[in-house]
Design a protein around this ligand. Structure first.
Ligand code: ATP
Ligand code: MG
Length: 300
């Protein structure tokens, strides 16, 4: 099988990661290891990803030329699940001018002086572009929910902070994503589903390999201690915000090559579904282009 066939296979697998109706969603139905039959092995995965990257480069060129749709790709995960690696590998072939990556960390003072969507809204991808959110507004119903002291620091008027706050935030996210979808933004949301055992192995690797020391943060181990609370928050968020126009993809992340392949396959599939075309040239414009061509050829 060549890379394109492997990619087509991966597209079939990737469809199973899709959640577009959150009603009965349970995280426990999704194995971080993926099912045994899905494993491609690193070499075959690399071929599939290479095929995906080629496809993405072509699709992105048309997206940009057509200038109608924009694509918003959200990545959420526990630490060391592989967000950075996915972004690096999957987006490696796309024209940097048509793609922007935005990481969202703990908010700055300026950001805290605005509503929580503000910092994400101002960097949304414009038409023709792919915007990648490395973490996102979903942190507002994940880390902020698990660590209540963050909510207390958000400078909200106290009367607005009630026990309904999470349901209200879900409602706001749903309305916001609907609004974006109705205006031509194709939304894709990925939860990279890593197991606590694999996270531990990756943390230990970071502590043992001098070239990976920089990736280690004490805070990550602290958050790991809240694993179950995080998983509950993720489950509820995915349940509340999955929709056909803004699906979640719960991607097995213990095998990073499988994970990268499934993400590449999902993005290719989504862009192909947009029927991206180079703009058609009108007969008048065709005449103008021919005239320009003639005058160039006639130059002395
Ligand atoms: P990596 O660790 O691979 O560099 P990362 O995305 O984990 O990537 P960090 O610099 O470790 O980046 O930190 C991001 C931290 O900021 C996360 O712990 C995240 O939960 C937190 N964060 C993101 N958004 C918010 C928010 N709105 N409020 C509070 N904390 C947030
Ligand atoms: Mg981190």
């Amino acid at each position: 099988m060549d890379g394109d066939d492997l990619l087509d296979d991966a597209r079939r697998l990737a469809r199973r990661t899709r959640v577009e109706e959150g009603g009965g969603f349970r995280l426990s139905d999704h194995d971080p290891a993926g099912s045994v039959g899905d494993r491609l092995g690193k070499e075959r995965a690399k071929e599939a990803i290479a095929a995906g990257v080629r496809r993405l480069a072509e699709l992105q060129d048309r997206l940009y030329a057509q200038d109608r749709w924009s694509v918003l790709v959200v990545f959420q995960a526990m630490d060391a699940a592989g967000k950075d690696g996915v972004i690096k590998h999957v987006m490696s072939g796309v024209n940097p001018q048509g793609c922007e990556v935005h990481p969202f960390k703990a908010p700055s003072d300026e950001e805290l002086d605005h509503d929580w969507m503000w910092r994400c809204a101002r960097v949304l991808p414009s038409r023709g572009k792919i915007g990648i959110f490395n973490r996102s507004y979903y942190e507002e119903v994940l880390v902020v929910r698990v660590r209540r002291e963050i909510l207390r620091a958000q400078k909200l008027p106290p009367s607005l902070v009630t026990e309904r706050i999470w349901e209200e935030r879900f409602e706001d996210i749903r309305a916001w994503e609907k609004h974006l979808a109705r205006n031509g933004t194709r939304i894709l949301k990925f939860f990279l589903n890593v197991s606590p055992a694999e996270q531990k192995r990756r943390f230990l690797e970071r502590l043992e390999d001098p070239e990976k020391h920089w990736k280690f943060a004490e805070a990550d181990v602290r958050e790991r201690g809240r694993w179950d609370e995080y998983m509950q928050a993720y489950e509820e968020a995915i349940r509340a915000t999955s929709a056909p126009h803004a699906p979640w993809h719960v991607v097995p992340a213990d095998d990073k090559w499988l994970c990268r392949t499934l993400v590449a396959a999902t993005i290719v599939e989504a862009l192909e579904g947009l029927d991206l075309q180079y703009p058609k040239v009108s007969p008048e414009r065709r005449g103008e282009l021919d005239a320009a061509r003639r005058s160039l050829l006639e130059e002395a």
